[in-house]
Design a protein around this ligand. Structure first.
Ligand code: 48F
Length: 257
């Protein structure tokens, strides 16, 4: 056993992965439930999909369930998505299912990667690439660079579409709006800001507001609430799954044209 063979295997495969993502059909920023679902459905249709996740573990806000109690609730309308990803659930009352957050997170992550989604963890999207009034890619860096405040320049990946799936942070849209004199497709032209809890309305709005917020830039999941002024909903996740599914349809159209 030679140690450098282990190193060579890691380096060669990582670089090959990075090459594959240099020109993606879609780059999704954030590996929470909405981003993973959209990515999985699109990869299944043969699109080249990259996800960037700044933390060590993909899964976003799933792992903690509600206040660390490990189950989450899903409405029956989203049960198909659980089935498509092979995630077990048990019925709860008439219209809900209860899902163990550990099997939920791991099922979505494995479901996305086995369909060919290229997930880069510990990788942060710090800016966008914009050409002629259209978002054309992402500017990325190691999350460790940001944590250590090191003056290290980023790299760039091109994509036909970019998605802000960064949850409450709406990091991509917020940075884009702060840095550029742009008018977003929102009531104010800027991110409107998230509102307090009102689960039923919030869940519907997450799906309705899954859309293109600027040419080439889409929002899904909880970032739609921050961008379009939606309510928060807590640990009910059907809206996240349905948002990801809707987004996959929108992007399929966008990337097929
Ligand atoms: O927040 P998150 O799980 O996104 P989501 O799909 O789901 C929201 C729910 O988890 C929950 C909820 C349901 O009722 O309200 O909050 O909308 O995952 C977002 C992911 O994006 C990553 C972050 O670490 C998290 O894993 N992220 C945020 N900013 C960046 C990023 C960035 N600039 N670059 C890369 N990853």
């Amino acid at each position: 056993m030679r140690e450098i063979d282990i190193t060579r295997g890691i380096v060669e495969n990582h670089v090959e992965s990075l090459y594959r993502s240099l020109e993606s059909d879609v780059v999704i920023v954030g590996a929470g439930p909405s981003g993973l679902v959209a990515a999985g459905y699109l990869a299944e249709k043969g699109f080249n999909i990259t996800i960037l996740e700044k933390r060590l573990a993909p899964g976003g806000g799933i792992w903690g369930g509600g206040m660390g109690y490990k189950y989450v609730i899903i409405q029956k309308e989203a049960k198909d998505v659980l089935e498509d990803f092979g995630i077990p659930s048990r019925p709860y009352q008439d219209s809900y299912y209860c899902v163990d957050s550990i099997s939920f997170a791991s099922g979505l992550i494995f479901g996305a990667t086995k369909r060919g989604v290229n997930i880069f963890n510990i990788t942060e999207c710090e800016d966008l690439l914009v050409r002629n009034g259209r978002v054309a890619g992402v500017v990325v860096n190691s999350s460790l660079t940001g944590i250590a405040h090191l003056p290290v320049d980023p790299l760039t990946l091109e994509a036909r579409a970019v998605v802000d799936a960064t949850g409450h942070e709406h990091d991509v849209v917020r940075t884009f709006s702060e840095k550029n004199d742009v008018t977003l497709n929102t009531p104010t032209g800027k991110p409107v800001g998230e509102r307090s809890m009102f689960a039923e309305t919030a869940e519907k709005a997450v799906v309705t507001n899954t859309k293109e917020v600027y040419p080439g830039l889409f929002v899904c999941g909880m970032s739609t609430a921050a961008v379009y002024g939606g309510f928060r909903m807590g640990p009910i996740f059907g809206g996240m799954l349905l948002s990801g599914k809707k987004l996959s349809g929108l992007l399929e159209e966008c990337c097929s044209g």
